[in-house]
Every structure is written in structure tokens, then in C-alpha cells.
Design a protein around this ligand. Sequence first.
Ligand code: NAI
Length: 246
Amino acid sequence: MADSDKIAIVTGAARGIGLEIVRELLAAGMTVVGVDLNAELLEKLPEALGNPGDKLETRALNVTDPDGFTALVEEVADKHERIDVLVNNAGITRDGLLMRMTDEDWNLVLNVNLTSAFIGTRAVCRYMVRQKSGSIVNMASYSGLEGNRGQANYSASKAGMIGLTKTTAKELAGKNVRCNAVAPGFIQTEMTDVLPQQAKDMALAQIPLKRFGQPADIAHAVAFLASDASAYITGQVLSVDGGMHT
Ligand code: NAI
């Protein structure tokens, strides 16, 4: 199947890294369904991407809603008669030191960042297994590989993403369905813009390539893992972090 005939779903598509992922997949010719909780921002997505017409569809959805996410996948599969790519990108932070972290902040981050990826993967893999092809890309993080002070919930969710990725890869490889993760380092988005300057300075000092990443740096890696250019790669975690994790 040529990339230009593929159908992709991207979560957390309305801004930041997700928006750039949508841009890259559209550039590869794919039809993309962009999903996000923020309906208002999502409405502006076509314009932000130069009005790609029928190639871009948008759906407002909370990816932690199992019925809603599963129904969305079914709807996309019914309409297009296939699903080739799922990018589980939606994610949030609720940072705080472990000893003061509330149950609510723990559960929310685990639900949005990790459980949603399980729900989406379970839903798409039915179709991918049947068509004997597919690529799932999960958004992990440097924090999931290394841990990070103040991010017990977030780093656990991202480490969980890596476990989910490797197990999905092993379970589905026999059906030619691949699953990989991308582990970004510090990327300039609205998620990181809110950090205090001191935290940004400390982060920069740890990056061998001496700059923060841009959303497009991540989107290029995701587009590669989504496409047939990576047909022999599965179960991997690709760090895109300026050389922090080696
Ligand atoms: P962002 O905050 O700019 O964008 C996240 C998007 O996800 C937003 O549009 C938001 O509305 C959406 N979203 C949040 N909860 C949702 C839900 N329950 N259902 C549907 N959509 C939801 O974040 P950014 O920086 O673009 O991050 C994207 C992914 O990359 C996240 O998984 C994040 O953890 C990961 N990441 C980001 C890094 C960074 O430095 N910015 C570093 C490592 C990983």
C-alpha cells in the first residue's frame, strides 16, 4: 500500500507536536483524522495546515473515553475500509513531587497518557490484523527512559508506553502490524513554555546538541515510523532528544 493511500489517526492533533505530525503525514499523502479534546483549537486545524481539504478530518474526543475512542476507530474504518496508522500522541503533565502528588493527578496522567494508547491500540489492531498491515506509533518521553524529579506520574506513564509498545510489537508482528515509540527530549511547545526559566536553563545545559527540539523534529521521526520506510523496524524506542539519552 502506497503511503498516499493510507489512513491515519493522530491524537492530540490540535497543537504542538501532534499538529506537526499531522502536517508530515499529510505531506506523505496520507488521509489524516486529527483527534483532540480541545474542539475550539481543532476547528482551526485545517486553516493552520493550509486547508488540505478532504485529506484532513477532525474529531473532538477525549481519548480516555473507551467507548468514544473505540467508536471513532470503527467509524473511520467503516468509512475508509481500512486503518493504516495510529499515532498515540495526546498527553498531559501534572507535575509535583511524589510525596505531595494527589491520587487525582496520578490517575489523570496515567489515563490520558497511557490508558488512552491501550484503548486506541486495541481498537485499531482488529482492523490492522485483518488487513495484515499497520503501524502504531506511541509518544513516550526521555522522562520515561530516565525518570525525572517532579514527574512520578508522567515518567511512569511514559515508561508504561514503552512496555505497551514492546508488547504490542511482539503480539502483532506475525500479522505485519508494527508498533514503535518515539521518546522526545525537551521540545518547544505550549506544554514546556510554561516551565520556569531556571528549569529551561537547566534542561538546555543537558542537551549535547545545545538546542531545544522543535515539534517538526519529532514529527519527522513519527512520519518515518508510520511509513513503509521503516517496514523492518518494530518494538523500538527512537530517542529524539538532541543526544541526551544514548
Ligand atoms: P501540548 O500540550 O502542546 O499538546 C497536547 C495536545 O493533546 C493538546 O492539543 C491537548 O488538547 C491534547 N489532549 C490532552 N488531553 C487529551 C485528551 N484527554 N483527549 C484528547 N486530546 C487531549 O503537548 P506537546 O508538547 O505537543 O506533547 C505531545 C506529546 O509529546 C505528549 O504525549 C507529550 O507527553 C509528549 N512529549 C512532549 C515533550 C515536550 O518537551 N513538549 C517531551 C516528551 C514527550
